[in-house]
Design a protein. Structure first.
Length: 75
């Protein structure tokens, strides 16, 4: 299964990409993707958003997580 596009992720509301079936937890959240929300989500996805169905355990290493966030946000 392929996830939604991550292009133009910064400032986008979570769970809103057309054509992708998001969990109700993500669709109903009021999360907007930015550095802080990505850091929390990528660190511990299930703790950040209970009910999230993405099979991803998170990125525990702070430096690795920061590198991914810089890439995603184009910094």
């Amino acid at each position: 299964m392929v996830g939604p596009t991550l292009y133009a992720l910064s400032g986008r509301r979570a769970g809103t990409v057309k054509g992708f079936n998001f969990s109700s937890a993500l669709r109903e959240s009021r999360i907007y993707w930015n550095e802080a929300t990505l850091d929390s989500f990528l660190g511990k996805p299930q703790a950040f958003l209970p009910g999230n169905v993405m099979a991803f355990g998170g990125i525990r290493n702070t430096a690795d997580r920061a590198a991914v966030i810089c890439y995603l946000l184009g910094k």
